[in-house]
Design a binder for this molecule. Sequence first.
Ligand code: SF4
Length: 378
Amino acid sequence: MTAGKALAPGLYIHFPFCRSKCGYCDFYSVTETSLVPAFLEALSGEAALYREEFTVFDTVYLGGGTPSLMAPEQVEALLETIRGTFTILGNAEITMELNPADLTRDDLRKLWGAGVNRVNIGVQSFHDRELKFLGRRHDRRQALSALEGAAAAGFDNIGLDLIYHLPHQSLEDWRASLDQAIALHPAHLSCYELELKTGTPLGRKYGQGTHARRPEDLAQEFFVGTSEILEDAGYIHYEVSNFAAGMDKASRHNRKYWDHTPYLGLGPAAHSFKDTRRWWNRSPLQGYLADLRTGERPVEGREDLGLEELAMEALFLGLRTRDGIDLDRYARLYGRDLMKENGRQLEEWSRLGIVEIAHGRVRPTRSGMAMADALAVL
Ligand code: SF4
C-alpha cells in the first residue's frame, strides 16, 4: 500500500554541527567542527547507498544543526554531489537554514549562485535581551543585516523563524517582533511556541520550579494574536506554525511531511519515510561515521506502519493544516469514511467553530488550529 500521492519525494540533509548550543534546543548537533570534512565525505557515501531506492527529488532542505557553518564552496560541492547521485528536478525548491551570525553578503551571493533558492533565517526574536535569554549567538542588528543581505543577493523566497511565549515576554514584546518581521516583507514566517524540553538547559532551569513559569493560558493568546496579526498583514496561516505570503511561498518541502509524500533524510538523526516504512539514523556522529566507513546505512531504527497508524497520522497532521482533510482521498487511502464514523463529533466541532466542513473537506478554523493536538482523537 502506498499512502502518499504521486509527488516527487523530498531530500533532507541534517548538518549536525553548531558553533554553540542554544538553551532551548534538543536537535542533535555537536560543537566540535573539526569533523565537518569527514561528515561531508560520509554524507556523499550515504547518498550513494540510496540511489536505487530514491531517484528523483523536487525539494532539498539543508537543515541542522547550523548548515550556514559550511563555507559556500562546501555547500556548492555538496549540492553537486547530490545532483551527481540523484535527479534534482529543474524547478526544485532548495532551502538552506541560516544563522544570522554566519554569512557575509558575498557568502549569500555565492549560495544563490550555487543553486540555493530559498533561505530560512533563524531570527527567533528582534529583541536583544530575548536573544540572549535563548542563548542565540546573534543580535538584532545581525538579524536585520542577514535579511537585507539575502534580499540583496537575489533571494526572493526568504523565510524567518520566530519564537514566542518566552518567560517574561509580554504580548507587546512579541507584537514588536512580529511588526518588525512584517516590515521586512519575508515570503514565509514560522512562529513556534517556546517549548521548555526536559534535557535542555532552559527546560532544566524552568522545570525545577525555582523560576517563574509562564502562565499557560497566555499560550492561547500568543497563538491567536499571531494568527490575527499575520493574516491582517496578508499572510496565509497554512499550518499551525507556518505562514506564507501566498501559497506559492508555502514550504514545498515541509508539506511533504504532512501528507505522507516520501522523503529521504541523510545525516545523523535524520528521519526518512517511504510507502509504509519509516526509519531514522543513529545520532552520535561517531557512530554515523563508523557505519559509513564500513559501507553500511547508519540506520538506528525502523517501523512499518499499519493502515490504522497511517490513518491516525494523516488525521493528526491534516488537522494541523489549513487544507485540512480531503474526505474522499482519506477514504481511498486509509479505508475510513470519517463522516460516517465520526460525523456526530465533527458536526459538534463545526457547531463550536473548531472545524469547517465544506466541499468534501474538514478544515480546522483558527480556534481549531490553536488546539490541533486535541483534534486527533477521532
Ligand atoms: S537552535 Fe539551531 S543553532 Fe541553536 S543549538 Fe539548536 S540547531 Fe544549533
